[in-house]
Design a protein around this ligand. Structure first.
Ligand code: ATP
Ligand code: MG
Length: 392
């Protein structure tokens, strides 16, 4: 029945030049998610509206499912296009549409009309009242309620008529690309993919960095991170994933520093390298999946210690979330099943039995002096050998 979708978006803050940027990013992101859907789609910007039109047959459910992943969409309205829209044809088409959608069930309704084609013989208020009368005469169970109708029937006259009535909620947020770019530290866990999703929802394009420690972490562990990046990219659009070989740095820290400080020192080097990669690719911040107190490396003291190596802002959208709340989001965005696959990650390999939970920055810095001889060189080697994967 439907051949098109009207895309509604929240208009707050998108006046003037911002409106263009917002609408273009929304259009691009809609095209991106529809690439994966069977059908030939056109995304059209027209007089402050965005429409998706399908030429020929397409998969309705899949289309809705894809549009629900586009940040910036507040709702999706499936539209029936009426090519023959002389008044007689239009009333019949509208009646048929109401019948298919609602049968003859008892409900209150209101017709909302908009006449963009000023040559159409009826004006908007006339379309509303005439169409209302027609529907009342055709369906005995309908009652008009102009204030709080259960159902609104929209009739828009443009180069043809557009009928719609349903509002399917979109994800909200802002179109990706309207708010700069940030570097996600992406591990194989539950938290960091959720963190990336949440920042992307605010319009931020993502890049990602994964620290890999072969042979201590396997190819399968790396593949799992690539798979997670792919799942996040369904919402965020393409992600450049940097895979950093962290083995030698980790072994060097293991050799030179007190074992209970390994995790925290390792995390500091991860942040430092991620920041360098971020600056190389125009990122304006870092993103992690940390939440206060979740593990030893996420106490307030540990966060202070890892944060201290960065000058870029570090965004931690999960900071106040409980684990179950994070799990709920990961289930919603479909990363959970992949995240819980049991492959080791490099944080879990070199962990001490009793890591410090309240690291003292002075003490940590003193330990790091043991690394002075070789660490800069190892970082350089790691930076020079980064594997860059475009994930989409
Ligand atoms: P996650 O579920 O995201 O793995 P976590 O609960 O395991 O998080 P940590 O291991 O302390 O917590 O890691 C905290 C954050 O540091 C992660 O959310 C992620 O952003 C980053 N991180 C940890 N390990 C890696 C890694 N190997 N590569 C890239 N980033 C990492
Ligand atoms: Mg982890």
């Amino acid at each position: 029945m439907f051949q098109a979708f009207l895309i509604k978006y929240a208009e707050i803050g998108i006046k003037g030049k911002n409106r263009f940027i917002f609408e273009n990013a929304l259009r691009d992101q809609i095209s991106f998610v529809l690439n994966d859907v069977e059908g030939d789609f056109h995304v059209i910007k027209d007089q402050g509206r965005i429409y998706v039109e399908a030429a020929g047959s397409f998969d309705y459910e899949e289309t809705i499912e894809a549009l629900k992943r586009v940040f910036g969409i507040s709702s999706i309205c499936p539209v029936v296009l009426v090519e023959e829209y002389q008044w007689e044809d239009l009333t019949k088409a509208t009646g048929d549409y109401v019948e298919q959608l609602y049968g003859n069930k008892p409900m209150t309704f209101k017709v909302e009309a908009k006449r963009a084609d000023k040559n159409y013989p009826l004006k908007s208020p006339e379309i509303c009242s005439e169409m209302g009368s027609y529907l009342l005469s055709r369906f005995e169970n309908l009652t008009v309620d102009v204030h709080q109708p259960e159902v609104r029937i929209y009739v828009e006259i443009r180069n043809r008529a557009y009928l719609y009535s349903q509002n399917i909620p979109g994800p909200g947020g802002m179109p990706v690309g309207t708010n700069g770019k940030a570097m996600l530290l992406l591990s194989g866990g539950i938290d960091s993919p959720v963190a990336g999703y949440m920042i992307a929802k605010r319009g931020v394009k993502l890049a990602a960095t994964y620290f890999h420690a072969p042979p201590y972490t396997s190819e399968r562990a790396k593949q799992k991170v690539v798979d997670l990046a792919k799942l996040v990219a369904r919402y965020s659009g393409p992600i450049q994933l940097n895979v950093v070989n962290f083995t030698d740095i980790q072994l060097y820290i293991y050799e030179k520093c007190p074992h209970e400080e390994l995790t925290i020192i390792m995390r500091r080097y991860m942040m430092k390298i991620a920041e360098s990669l971020a600056l190389e690719s125009d990122c304006l911040g870092l993103i992690t999946g940390e939440s206060i107190g979740q593990v030893a490396s996420q106490t307030m003291q540990s966060l202070l210690a890892t944060n201290e190596v960065c000058t870029l802002p570090v965004y931690r959208p999960l900071i106040g979330f409980d684990k179950q709340e994070i799990v709920n989001v990961s289930e919603k965005i479909n990363t959970y099943e992949t995240s819980i696959l049991p492959y080791e990650d490099c944080c879990t390999i070199f962990v001490a039995k009793h890591p410090v939970t309240k690291p003292n920055l002075k003490v940590i810095k003193r330990s790091e002096r043991n690394l002075e001889e070789k660490i800069e060189e190892l970082i350089q080697v790691a930076m020079d050998s980064v594997e860059k994967i475009i994930v989409e």
